[in-house]
Design a protein around this ligand. Structure first.
Ligand code: ACO
Length: 436
């Protein structure tokens, strides 16, 4: 009997099967041989929400959720946050190794030279309502790039793929800034290739009449670190969307529009905006115990808490808490931080949260910093998307290079009606079914 294997006895038939175990996993397709009769389709695995199913082999990001460890390409997140720029991290995530000095210089110039978006984008932008959510505008504008770069559909051509990766990394901040200025009723500011990636983004957001916008270096670095922290997080909801859509060989713009849509939900990237709303609702530290009671009774969730993978402190939350102090030294203290810290303390001592291993996640503190920097809550998730851009693209690239991958197409366990004859309209009686 091979050592790296397992034996399953099917109690329905008494037959035993030996399945290989590789890298701590069995192949779900090996279950298919387990049948009760030759006509039987074969055993499948039922796993709503992928609680225990690996959809790919990946070499990009490692997370140990029990120990609170996060590494990109083997490098611990705290070291990258301390020493790397976002573009350096993006190179690492995409290429597997840290760039040399000259590679980083060329990469930075290349990204800056592609930051201007096609001419039709400002016209499309004008079609959106002023109060449109910037995430819906961003998803739409990213999808619109597909019509500007039709060659992008050649997803199997490595040179074409690389050019779209550069364009997306370069242009998503431009689109994000345009979406934000549109919501404020301000004219757009084109990118300035002489500025760093994050300074340029801040210039496109906040430049007024001054000839050259000078970002505060502490705030620019803090935002850059936030992008580093968000760069990848293995098979999360939006990355899974990126891979699922990418598996049909849709072009990367259409594919990323889907990932942005997935990120916008309040259980995923949209949580940072929800945390701010929650802290506003709580209002002061005195109201925390009453709010915790509401959470425990199931009336609402403690936003920014809990994670599918982390059953320990999210290492990104700890780094963000430290950055907050640097930001507040420039902007003044956001009073919401004190409410958040008090809320965290009470929650971490409460049996409900302890038992369920609910800790602050990346979104718990990020919104407080963004608000102190002057961002409106509606753009918080857009900032997340700018950072996650690198990870989505790296995962998309890895998917396309992986010979084991095919179009993503899960199975279902069908519990609906067996075959029945059609009933004409005039014979259906009065009751009918409840409307959907
Ligand atoms: N507040 C209160 N209770 C919670 C919370 C929370 N934030 N999160 C989980 N729980 C409870 C659940 O009600 C459940 O309790 P039960 O066992 O009594 O039914 C238990 O903890 C397990 O939770 P699940 O929902 O099974 O955990 P899951 O892995 O499916 O969900 C998720 C993870 C979606 C992140 C969840 O914790 C949540 O909704 N958190 C709030 C939203 C949030 O902050 N999202 C951002 C996540 S980070 C990111 O995507 C960037």
């Amino acid at each position: 009997m091979p050592e790296d294997s397992m034996t399953i006895i099917d109690n329905r038939t008494g037959v035993s099967y030996t399945l290989p175990v590789k890298n701590g996993a069995i192949r779900a397709m090996d279950l298919r041989q387990i049948k009760t009769s030759p006509e039987d389709f074969g055993l499948i695995a039922y796993d709503p929400a992928f609680m225990n199913t690996a959809s790919c082999e990946s070499r990009i990001t490692f997370i140990d959720g029990d120990k609170g460890i996060l590494q990109y390409r083997g490098y611990p997140i705290d070291q990258l946050a301390e020493h790397c720029t976002y573009l350096e991290t993006a190179w690492l995530v995409l290429n597997g190794e840290l760039p040399t000095e000259s590679q980083l210089e060329d990469w930075t110039c290349e990204i800056a030279s592609h930051a201007a978006v096609p001419d039709d984008i400002p016209r499309i932008l004008q079609g959106f309502r002023r109060d449109a959510h910037p995430m819906s505008v961003l998803a739409s504008l990213v999808a619109a790039l597909s019509s500007d770069y039709p060659e992008a559909k050649n997803v199997h051509d490595p040179a074409v793929r690389r050019l779209q990766i550069v364009r997306l990394l370069a242009q998503v901040p431009t689109l994000a800034a345009y979406a934000y200025r549109h919501s404020l009723g301000l004219p757009i500011v084109p990118p300035d290739p002489s500025l760093s990636y994050t300074e340029n983004f801040l210039s496109m957001l906040w430049k007024k009449d001054e000839p050259n916008y000078q970002a505060n270096p502490v705030l620019a670095r803090a935002l850059d670190v936030l992008f580093v922290l968000h760069a990848d997080h293995e098979q999360n909801c939006s990355t899974n969307a990126m891979r699922a859509i990418g598996s049909s060989f849709a072009d990367p713009y259409m594919t990323m529009a889907g990932a942005i849509a997935a990120l916008s939900g309040p259980l995923h990237g949209g949580a940072n905006e929800e945390v701010l709303k929650m802290l506003d609702e709580i209002g002061s530290s005195d109201h925390i115990p009453a709010y915790i009671r509401k959470v425990k009774s199931g009336e609402c969730k403690l936003m920014g808490f809990g994670h599918r993978v982390y059953k320990n402190y999210d290492p990104r939350a700890g780094i963000i808490k430290r950055i907050a102090e640097q930001v507040f030294a420039v902007t003044g203290r956001n009073p919401k931080l004190d409410i958040a810290i008090a809320l965290e303390k009470i929650a971490l001592e409460d049996e409900y949260f302890v038992k369920r291993k609910l800790y602050p996640n990346v979104d718990f503190y990020s919104g407080i910093i963004y608000q102190a920097m002057g961002f409106q809550p509606e753009i918080f998730t857009v900032l997340f998307a700018i950072g996650r851009n690198a990870g989505w693209l790296a995962q998309w690239q890895e998917l396309l290079a992986d010979p084991a991958q095919k179009i993503a197409r899960p199975r279902q366990v069908f519990l609906g009606s067996a075959r029945r004859e059609f009933v004409p309209l005039d014979q259906r009686g009065a009751a009918g079914a409840a409307a959907v």
